[in-house]
Design a protein around this ligand. Structure first.
Ligand code: NPG
Length: 379
């Protein structure tokens, strides 16, 4: 990442906070709730040169984590961007340090850093992928499949994604929707399909013997069975289950990743930039995992093409050796807000070329789905 420190700084003029309403192509149900539409906060860094865009992954409600989109916008305007210099030069690498006195709010911080980073990279003609140290120009694509009303529905949805070419399937599970759906998918599509499950914290420390029954299905991993603050509980589950435990919600920083690894709580880590406070911290999580021999994969949070393109840059780093939730735009959106939405080719998705995130905004469509827009400071 040495290239980032070598870039010329940029001068910020302010930020635009834009809210966008986009319906999902189909409801997405997890153990923490059902999403049918997203209310997305986009952050635009306004500069003397090219603008930069960041996408905040906070959900409509505080169900995945304590962050939610209204709070993210509030803290961004009232507590975060007030700490950044307007009118004097800034480097994206300094944003996290300037925002650090504000506790948590990582998704809000990550979106602001992404916007500044995108602007600085565009001004310098450098791609995010190059700046982060990417070693691939395309990555294999996995798809996450929500909890369904019936097993028949699940079989038909999974079959459709396999026909599309997705190379790995992740099934959402919760108590009462685990052994049976996973078993049916294994039997229907065979042992060769790379398959993993995600519990989103839905189990307890007493569920070790039950989760061990998933071992018979040859899963790649079991993701986040216990609440996010129960790292020791994950270490206990890891001793009872042969399938590798992977952590998502618990890993909020590189420090948390080191702690979880040292305590034997996981053998694999899911990295989401929003959850750890930005793409630079995400790259740091990648590095500490790599140094400790822990493979990682790139998670997704129902992003539009802006966030998805940045996720792809991250997913192209060398220790992302496990297929990520980097599915095509059409998996979630009928129409995306970028001009060249991510598409699936031979089970892979290609990183956009160009500087910054590499995507161009479809401004007409963006306007048509915008529900509010605030510019700070006001011009
Ligand atoms: O491809 O973006 C995607 C979806 C991947 O399952 C997915 N994300 O728990 O990892 C998760 C889940 C999620 C979605 C979490 C939305 C939070 C919000």
């Amino acid at each position: 990442m040495s290239r980032l420190a070598d870039l010329s700084p940029i001068v910020l003029r302010g930020f635009e906070f834009r809210r966008v309403a986009l319906p999902l192509v189909s409801p997405f149900r997890t153990s923490f709730g059902t999403e049918t539409a997203r209310d997305i906060l986009l952050v635009r860094a306004l500069t003397d040169g090219p603008d930069g865009w960041g996408e905040c992954v906070a959900g409509n409600d505080p169900l995945y984590s304590n962050e939610y989109v209204d709070a993210a916008q509030h803290v961004s305007i009232n507590h975060l961007i007030t700490r950044l210099p307007i009118g004097t030069p800034i480097h994206a690498v300094d944003v996290a340090r300037l925002l650090e006195p504000v506790k948590d709010h990582r998704m809000a911080k990550g979106a602001i850093e992404a916007a500044v980073l995108d602007a600085q990279l565009r001004a310098n003609g450098v791609s995010l992928a190059a700046a982060l140290g990417a070693v691939h120009d395309r990555v294999p694509s996995g798809v996450s499949v929500g909890i369904m009303d019936t097993i028949d529905d699940l079989v038909s949805v999974v079959g459709g994604y396999l026909d599309d070419g997705y190379v790995r399937i992740k099934l959402k599970i919760e108590p009462g929707w685990d052994l049976e759906p996973v078993g049916v998918i294994r039997r229907t599509f065979g042992d060769a399909i790379p398959l993993q499950v995600d519990a989103n914290t839905a189990y307890t420390r007493d569920d070790g013997p039950h989760l061990a029954r998933l071992d018979q299905f040859g899963l790649l991993l079991i993701e986040q069975p216990l609440p996010e603050d129960d790292v020791t509980g994950h270490a206990l589950i890891a001793q009872q289950v042969a399938t590798p435990i992977c952590l998502d919600e618990s890993i909020v920083s590189a420090r948390a990743a080191i702690d979880a690894i040292e305590r034997g709580a996981c053998r694999i880590i899911n990295i989401k930039a929003g959850r750890v406070g930005g793409y630079l911290e995400a790259a740091a999580v990648h590095d500490v995992c790599r140094e400790r021999g822990v493979p990682v994969w790139c998670g997704g949070m129902l992003e539009t093409g802006i966030g998805r393109a940045m996720n792809l840059a991250l997913a192209a780093l060398p220790n992302f050796t496990i297929t990520g939730d980097v599915s095509a735009s059409e998996r979630f959106w009928r129409r995306d807000i970028v001009t060249e939405p991510v598409r699936l080719h031979d089970g892979h998705v290609t990183l956009p070329g160009g500087s910054g995130s590499g995507v161009s905004i479809d401004h007409d469509f963006l306007e048509s789905v915008t529900t509010s827009r605030v510019v700070v400071p006001q011009g």
